[in-house]
Every structure is written in structure tokens, then in C-alpha cells.
Design a protein around this ligand. Structure first.
Ligand SMILES: *[C@@H]1O[C@H](CO)[C@@H](O)[C@H](O)[C@H]1NC(C)=O
Ligand SMILES: *[C@@H]1O[C@H](CO)[C@@H](O)[C@H](O)[C@H]1NC(C)=O
Ligand SMILES: *[C@@H]1O[C@H](CO)[C@@H](O)[C@H](O)[C@H]1NC(C)=O
Ligand SMILES: *[C@@H]1O[C@H](CO)[C@@H](O)[C@H](O)[C@H]1NC(C)=O
Length: 638
């Protein structure tokens, strides 16, 4: 690295340049939009507005293409990203100064120790003393079904809780926001609402904006005091109202996850902590006493959504390392679907209504923290969703995507539900276990997963393999048709008498399907004359049957019944409508197969090679994408 002084200064100039560009673009857009309102020509103004939005979008696109911009945006939010902002940081990142406050006491809350666990030259170079309680001024807002707007309790006087609708007879959920946020942040309101619809809870939101809206290093220090405040609140309720701490569930986002951990450290028998993309800077690879860990509550579940995001050049805001009993990695826990596109920037917010600053702030948050903010959205969606959010234990996301881990195991402990129901997981005595699942770009984030096995028949007198493209469309009981292109990238070669498996997903539940349309197009390989169909060959696909198995149904059965799970059929077998052994699908034809008792009898002597495609082709990701999108279809009814 070059000297930080000159490097830092040069980069800072670039920071201001980029910000100037962004602000100028937004300001131009705003002023034009204002002029147009005066013209009051609605039609024209609408077009103009689109034009402005496109202009702005182009501008933002070109900015984002430059590798530096991700880090610039990031640095503007996370001041720890030195050397970009090094001159703004207090210079106390050396051991001697750090040890000036080995113990700090906060009256009734108790004391904090900053021992050597809290120092690391790379992962945690700065340990500032936290602010005082009355500077942070934490506030608890107690919501319940009787009082959904909630009533505020000052942390400095927790007896005020007696004036709220709090009832120790109900389960309690405590929500804690992250860096720069406050309790008016959208995800908190959404989660409070969903929780109160779901159950008769006390839902307490913690506002520590007095401590979160500071330099990141200071906010990090302040989380320890907020943790003490939350612990004190719970312990006070336990001593005075007989609250059972085992019935308390703390849900924290980003820095709020570690805050929950600090609280859990001081409450014996705390029931559960959910970490929603726990913050990475200053916490990753630090000892358990510094960060959230499984000892902080009886059950700790964690959702990782931003361990590595594209815009930040391989370093997200969220922890990569597992820190709970159960660690979920939706879409590999890295960049989330829909977060790689500029289209999600709220241009409306930029160009109309709210102030320029607010618009920019919203856009910037959406732009750079989209994956980080996905974790609370997934959790909230899980509360009322019918879709089970089934995740599977697996050694890697790639193996999960290859369909190698979609089993719940003997005791059901290898699958779990992401979100509110995660505590039903039968494997609760394990810890630091990675679970994988795929989710969509929303608004229906949850996906249903299926294994489809295609059994190719081997009729007498026909030789050779078949090369071509295969599509399957499932007809659900309400008559809608869902298409899956099983060979989206290239034609594939199928051998007669073999079986091929595909791991598919869709945002709708297709387990009620009892019929499917199968479409086959024979395609010779122009570069391989041996594949030309000249004599004694048949371009038709001899299909024995389809086995369409819902993976989620299996998961839920097992989760619901725990170790007493007994195998239940969740597969639909589809074959010839009249019960013939082989369905012959001529090239470019579409044939319907149906579920019937005959199908069980078909295919007995065939060589099983169910994982052929999955193991030996790198196309699985493409298959999945195709299954999800299912846009191109000859069967489309829309
Ligand atoms: C409860 O509210 C009443 C009236 O608003 C007030 O007089 C009383 O001091 C409050 N009690 C507590 C414990 O804050
Ligand atoms: C606890 O974990 C061990 C393996 O670590 C496993 O053998 C045992 O069955 C588990 N017990 C329960 C109740 O899940
Ligand atoms: C159908 O597929 C599922 C999942 O691969 C498998 O467990 C099941 O045994 C298959 N059923 C038959 C009849 O082959
Ligand atoms: C499991 O089954 C056994 C015997 O069938 C029964 O005694 C036990 O209570 C069951 N356990 C659960 C958790 O349902």
C-alpha cells in the first residue's frame, strides 16, 4: 500500500467528484420536474419525466460501472473503510489508548470490560469508549394487538412499561435496528404489523438512533450499552412482572444482531435471538464475546444475505462466518436476486415529493444495502407466508443447487424453515450448521422446490441416443400452466432406458399438478455427423414417465413430526393417458401425461441413472433460472 496520507487524499477528491456528479444529476432532474409541474401538461410531462429518469439511470449506470464507485458509496455509509475516510477518524487505533478504558460502569446496567478480545489489528483496529446512556437515550416502544401504534418507554426509566399494554403472559418479540437507522425504519413497521397479525405478542421496538447515527466505530461501541439496556429491561420485567426470559425472542438487523448478542450475554435463559445479516466490519473473525454467538440464547438463528455483494467488490456488510445454532444462506448468502439491477433505485423518491437529501439517502441505501436489507424482508415475509421457506443442510450452495442435499435426513434435522418457524428445527443441539435455500427477487421471495425425474423408455428395435430440447409444463388443479425449459442453454443428449433428474423451483405451489405437457424437439449436432438421424433411427422421444416430487412437502412433514417422521409419498408419477408403457413424443410435438395408478407399474427394468444430468452438466444453474422465469413458452396461456 502507498502512504495512506497521499493515497487517502487522492481518493477523497474522487469521493467528492462522484458525489458531486450524483447530486448534480439528481438536482437537474428535480429542477426539470418542478418546471414541468408548472406547464401542467400531464401527457408531455409524463414523457419528459421518463426521459429524465432514463437520463439519471444512464448516469448512475456509468458511475456504477467504474469499479471505484461501489467503494465510494460504501465508504460514505461505513466510515471504517479507510483510507478513504481516514482523516475523519479519531486517531486512537493503537493498543495503549485502547486500554485506557478497561472497565466502564453504567449504574444499574452494570459494567463493560474492553479486554484484548476486543482488539485486532485488521478486524477491529478501533475500540472507542461508548457514549453515555443519556446521550444514546434508548427508547422501547411497546406494541400489542390492543395498541398497535405502541407506547414509548424510556430506557432510563423502565417502570414506564407499567403504563403500556405489555403483558408478561404473552410471548415477547424485541426488534433492534442497525447502523444509521431508527425505529421508524420500514422493516420494523412491516415486521411489527406481521407479528401482531400472526400472534398475540408483546412486540417491543428498540430505538437507539441516539447511538446509531454516528461514525461506524462509535456506533459499534454504543451497541454494547444498548445491549445492556435491553438486558436490563428484560431482567426488570422478569424480577417485577414474572416475565419468563425463555419466552423472549430478540430480532436484530445488522449491528442490532450483535446488540442482541450483548443483551443475551446478560440475561440467563434468554429464549431466542434471530440475527438478520449480522454486521461484518469489526465483528467477523472476532472472539464470541465480541459478536453474536450460539451461547447468547437457548436458540440462535441467523440469516446471511450480504456476505459478498457485487457492488462492494466482494465484501458485503454481512458476516460470512456462521455464528448461530442454525445459519441460513439464501442464494449462498451473498448477492441477492434483484439487487444487481439499477432498476430498483426509487427514482420517484429522487425526483419528486421528499427533499433531495432524503431521496438521495433512500436511493443510496437501496443501491448499496439492498442485499443487506433483504434479511429482514425475508423474515417478515416468512411470518405470514404459506410457502414454507425450506432450507437444507449442505456443505456448499453449489451442491445444494445440484440437487444433492434435498433430503431431511433420518431425524429431520437436515432441513429447517427460514424465518419465524426456524425454532421448530429438530436439530437444535447442533450449532454453526450452514443451511442453503434459493429465494426470488420478490415480492414473493419464497420458492417451492421440486425434483423432476424423466424416465426415458427403451423400446425394442430402436438404437442410438437422442439429442434435442425438452420442455415440461405442469397443469395445476386450478387449470394454470407452469412451464419449465429443461434444456435452456443447449440441446442435450438422452440415452434410451435412462433417467434424468432436474432440480426445479417456482414461486407457486405446484404440488397439486396431476397432468403435464411434454414438448420435445429433435436436433442433430451439425458438428457431429454420427448424430445425424439417417437410417433405423427415430427422432421421437420414448417417455416412460415423469416423477414430480415436491421437496418442500417432504421437508415440512419431517419438520412437523421431528424424529418420529415416517415416510409419506409426496411424489406425483405421470405417464401415458391410456396406461401404455411408452409415450412416444414425435419431434416438435407436445404430448400430455397424466397421473394414474398405472404409472407405478411402468419402468422397472430400466437402468437408473437419476443424477446423470445433475452431476455431469454445469447447466444446473441455467435450468433453475429457466424454471423460475418460465417466460418463453409455447404453452403459455397468458
Ligand atoms: C403512568 O401515566 C400516568 C399518567 O400519564 C403518570 O401519572 C404516571 O406517573 C405514569 N407511571 C409511570 C410508572 O410512568
Ligand atoms: C444431538 O446431536 C447429536 C450429534 O451431535 C445426535 O447424535 C443426537 O441425536 C442429537 N440429539 C437430538 C435430541 O437431536
Ligand atoms: C420419485 O422421486 C423421488 C425423489 O427423487 C424419489 O425419492 C422417489 O423414490 C421416486 N419415486 C419412484 C417411484 O421412483
Ligand atoms: C414418537 O413415537 C413414539 C412411539 O411411537 C412415542 O412414544 C413418542 O412419544 C413419539 N415422540 C414424539 C415427539 O411424538
Amino acid at each position: 500500500m502507498p502512504s495512506t496520507e497521499s493515497g487517502g487524499a487522492a481518493k477523497t477528491r474522487r469521493v467528492s467528484l462522484w458525489w458531486w456528479l450524483v447530486v448534480a444529476a439528481a438536482a437537474a432532474a428535480t429542477s426539470v420536474a418542478t418546471q414541468e409541474n408548472h406547464r401542467q401538461q400531464k401527457q408531455e410531462s409524463h414523457q419528459q419525466e421518463n426521459h429524465q429518469q432514463n437520463l439519471l439511470m444512464d448516469m448512475m449506470s456509468s458511475l456504477i460501472d467504474l469499479p471505484v464507485i461501489g467503494n465510494v458509496l460504501r465508504a460514505s455509509v461505513h466510515p471504517i473503510y479507510r483510507p478513504l475516510v481516514s482523516q475523519f477518524q479519531p486517531r486512537i487505533n493503537n493498543r495503549d489508548r485502547e486500554n485506557e478504558f478497561p472497565e466502564l460502569c453504567f449504574g444499574e446496567l452494570g459494567c463493560l470490560f474492553t479486554d484484548h478480545d476486543f482488539f485486532h489489528p485488521i478486524h477491529r483496529p478501533i475500540n472507542l469508549p461508548p457514549n453515555q446512556r443519556d446521550e444514546i437515550q434508548a427508547l422501547f416502544t411497546v406494541h400489542s394487538r390492543e395498541d398497535s401504534l405502541g407506547r414509548v418507554v424510556e430506557a432510563l426509566d423502565v417502570r414506564q412499561v407499567l403504563n403500556t399494554t405489555f403483558s408478561p403472559g404473552r410471548s415477547t418479540k424485541i426488534l433492534i435496528h442497525g447502523f444509521l437507522d431508527h425505529n421508524g425504519v420500514t422493516w420494523m413497521w412491516d415486521m411489527v404489523r406481521a407479528l401482531l397479525v400472526y400472534g398475540d405478542f408483546n412486540v417491543v421496538t428498540v430505538d437507539w438512533s441516539g447511538g446509531s447515527q454516528a461514525l461506524y466505530s462509535q456506533a459499534t461501541a454504543n451497541t454494547r450499552v444498548v445491549g445492556l439496556e435491553v438486558a436490563h429491561f428484560i431482567n426488570w420485567l422478569k424480577d417485577n412482572l414474572d416475565l419468563d426470559p425463555g419466552d423472549v425472542h430478540i430480532i436484530g438487523h445488522s449491528l442490532g444482531s450483535h446488540t442482541a448478542g450483548y443483551a443475551g450475554e446478560r440475561v440467563s435463559g434468554l429464549g431466542r435471538i434471530t440475527g438478520l445479516d449480522p454486521a461484518e466490519p469489526f465483528f467477523q473473525y472476532m472472539p464470541p464475546s465480541v459478536r453474536l454467538d450460539p451461547s447468547d440464547a437457548l436458540f440462535v438463528d441467523v440469516i446471511h444475505t450480504d456476505a459478498d455483494s457485487i457492488l462492494n467488490l466482494g465484501a458485503g456488510y454481512g458476516l460470512w462466518q456462521p455464528v448461530g445454532h442454525l445459519d441460513f444462506y439464501p442464494n449462498d448468502g451473498r448477492s441477492q436476486p434483484g439487487c444487481d439491477s439499477l432498476r430498483r433505485i426509487p427514482y420517484a423518491a429522487l425526483t419528486s415529493g421528499v427533499s433531495l437529501y432524503e431521496g438521495l439517502d433512500a436511493a443510496q441505501k437501496e443501491l448499496i444495502a439492498c442485499s443487506h436489507n433483504r434479511a429482514p424482508k425475508l423474515f417478515t415475509d416468512s411470518i405470514l407466508s404459506q410457502c414454507p421457506y425450506t432450507a437444507f443442510q449442505c456443505s456448499s450452495y453449489q451442491r445444494y443447487m445440484d440437487g444433492e442435499c434435498v433430503t431431511c435426513g433420518e431425524d429431520g434435522s437436515q432441513c429447517a424453515r427460514l424465518g419465524l418457524q426456524a425454532d421448530a428445527w429438530p436439530g437444535r443441539n447442533h450449532s454453526l450448521v450452514p443451511f442453503f435455500l434459493s429465494t426470488s427477487a420478490g415480492p414473493n421471495y419464497c420458492l417451492y422446490h421440486y425434483l423432476l425425474t424423466v424416465d426415458v423408455a427403451d423400446p425394442d428395435g430402436v438404437e442410438g441416443s437422442l439429442r434435442g430440447r425438452l420442455k415440461v409444463s405442469f397443469i395445476t388443479d386450478d387449470g394454470s400452466i407452469k412451464d419449465f425449459d429443461l434444456t435452456p442453454d443447449a440441446p442435450t443428449t438422452l440415452a434410451r432406458g435412462r433417467s434424468y433428474s432436474f432440480f426445479l423451483y417456482h414461486f407457486q405451489d405446484l404440488s397439486s399438478s396431476s397432468e403435464a405437457l411434454v414438448h420435445w424437439i429433435y436436433e442433430a449436432d451439425v458438428f457431429n455427423p454420427l448424430s445425424y438421424c439417417v437410417l433405423f433411427c427415430d427422432k421421437g422421444l420414448p417417455l416412460a414417465r415423469l416423477n414430480f416430487t415436491s421437496v418442500d412437502v417432504a421437508g415440512n412433514e419431517r419438520i412437523a413430526r421431528g424424529s418420529n417422521f415416517t415416510s409419506r409419498s409426496n411424489e406425483v408419477l405421470m405417464c401415458h393417458q391410456q396406461g401404455l408403457e411408452v409415450v412416444r413424443i414425435a419431434s416438435e410435438a407436445t404430448v400430455k401425461v397424466v397421473s394414474s395408478p398405472h404409472c407405478l407399474a411402468t419402468v422397472t427394468s430400466h437402468e437408473r441413472n437419476a443424477t446423470h444430468l445433475l452431476r455431469h452438466h454445469n447447466r444446473t444453474t441455467g435450468l433453475l433460472d429457466a424454471g423460475l422465469a418460465s417466460i418463453t413458452s409455447m404453452f403459455s396461456t397468458e
